[in-house]
Design a protein around this ligand. Sequence first.
Ligand code: AMP
Ligand code: MG
Length: 369
Amino acid sequence: MKKKAVGSRHSAFRFILSAILYALSAILLFSGCQKQDRLFKKERNLMHTFVTITVVSNSEKEAEKAIDAGFDEIKRLEGLLNYFSPESELSAINRAAGKSPVKVSPSTLDAIRKALYISGITGGAFDPAIGPVIKLWKFSEPDTEHVIPSKDVIANALKVIDYKKIKINEAASEIYLEAEGMELDLGGIAKGYAADKAIDVIKAKGIKAALVAIAGDIRGYGLKPDGEAWRVGVQNPRPKYDKEPPSLKKGGEGESPDEILTSLYLADKAISTSGDYERFFTKEGKRYHHIIDPRTGYPSDSKLISVSVIAPHGYVSDGISTGIFVLGAQKGIALLEFMGLDGIMVDSDMKVYLTRGLKGKVEIPAGFR
Ligand code: AMP
Ligand code: MG
């Protein structure tokens, strides 16, 4: 009896031991088989530009799913916020200007709320009600024979450019433009906003690191498989060969050193660049670009030709970089430093302005001052 009991205890012990060894070897085997984290990248044309999404994952299938979900989110937002599409909620708001409030989805309400926040902090230099003036300049029609709008036509359009006349009814989820003829244009903030939202969707899929680049509006989070933060390039506003499209549009990797002003690490942050080289035409040697001073209705003459802003969110970096383009270097640097943000600006004398946080940290090539 006694002997048997000892024997059964023995075999129970052996059983537990072999179970532990089995479990350990299974864990070792599994971790040995587990794939390494890798980068997965896809490109698409959305929001009238080049979009790339890069994610870190150990599974191609999971990576693909997350990237596609990110693109779907950008497409969904484009559908709501596109100035040029009659089906967008933005167009419905514009058509009802001065007539009635329009019920909109939470995303549209949120994007407009955030645009108004940027208007507030830039003192109206960023104004999403800029639509009627933008329309006159036809920057979105590259093949057209550009004509400088007459002073009278601009003065007339300016009468309805006022972000304070954009009313949000949070409870009813409604937007109302108080004056007839008003038109919202979110072109200065929508890409950064969409990059934020795409990142949210990708994060929700369990992805540990990603980079979403919608032209010059780039938002990253997490670290690459090599443990480094994402590295992104800031476009040289005046590369020697000015004819090629900026490679920053392809996600921040330059094809020539001359194409890049500088590059920096982007950990859990967004960077946006506004430049006078993005959309412009020249008449009698003068460049007319797409960032309009809401006080004059003419392309901003702040002397800045490029403004990059780094912020925790894309809607902030995008909106503020457009606003600072109008405000100019001094006010721009002061605003960024007041807000605890960083930025790089270049003026028409190729003088580079850096916020305190970037001084000594970024390399500026010869040819800039
Ligand atoms: P970005 O490239 O982000 O600076 O955006 C430029 C776009 O923003 C233009 O193509 C216009 O659609 C719009 N925009 C131009 N000037 C302004 C302004 N002062 N405030 C807000 N949006 C603007
Ligand atoms: Mg912008």
